[in-house]
Design a protein around this ligand. Sequence first.
Ligand code: BEZ
Length: 327
Amino acid sequence: IYNTSIPHSKDVIKIGTLLPYSGVYTVLGEEITNAMSLAFDEINNTISGKTIEIIRGDTEVKPNIALQKSRKLISSDKVDILVGPVSSSVALAVRDIVVQTKTPLIIPNAGANILTGEKCSKFITRISFSNYQINAPMGKWLANKGIKTAFLLAPNYAAGKEMMTAFKDNFIAAGGKVLGEEYTPFRKTKDFGPYLARIKDSGADAVYVFYAGGEAINFIKQAHSFGLSDVMKLTGAGWTTSPLFLPAQKDAAVGFIGSLNYVPSINTEDNINFKKSYYEKFKRLPSEFAVQGYDSGKVIIEAIKSVSGDISNKDNLADAIRTVSIT
Ligand code: BEZ
């Protein structure tokens, strides 16, 4: 069904994105795409004499839509490489088509654990994190900081579940107790009021949450108005107060304790240079999503260079993507 051997214009490298350009994670999709474009702009959109073309696929943060878009990008547009997605559930939905068609997929965000575990493939390279990685250390760390009890809250889909499990297992192993956990309808929850009331009533020392995009903005603002931080610590996966959401969250985010794979304040020469070029183009600080998009672009550039621009053999291209080294 998927004929991947039809040649297309030899002078163009087609990069298909499977990212959210509408729905709850829109700003994340735009940030990843912008930063990837920045990496390509730095080399004049040309690698080994070939021009880079980006073809956008809007997943809408919906697994079934993402599957349709991936079919289109692979079969009709004949992309050479796919970059995406943001959502773990979307990543799980497109996993098999990517592997069956041998289309190299670079994951710039989605943390679904099994994609780099039981369901790993040489055609899937994640340059971001697994949901376990970011949340497991917080269980032990918070317990060691004297937090004895926690209430968990996250959106009801793969990422929310995996992140809370990673936290919970490590928190309990370190002597902590979970007093309650709730999963909010994903992409549909706007009013966190009833949840905030139950979290407060639990009497826990801390709430541990994961939210991103519009849900992170709403949760943090509502928790602030509700005065939740007067009675317990607000903690969780660091995306909840990502630099991308701070302009909307403002002071409501102050005091949140989170873990993350990147913060703009890292004081290295590479990061200072990256922040400068990002600022020149977008007039603001990059978030971790920007780094993940930029890194995706860098990996693509180095991989294609390492095969001297010959992307006709998908196995070789996938091997190159997996083995290149970037800072
Ligand atoms: C995920 O679905 O894997 C995810 C979404 C937003 C931020 C982090 C992870």
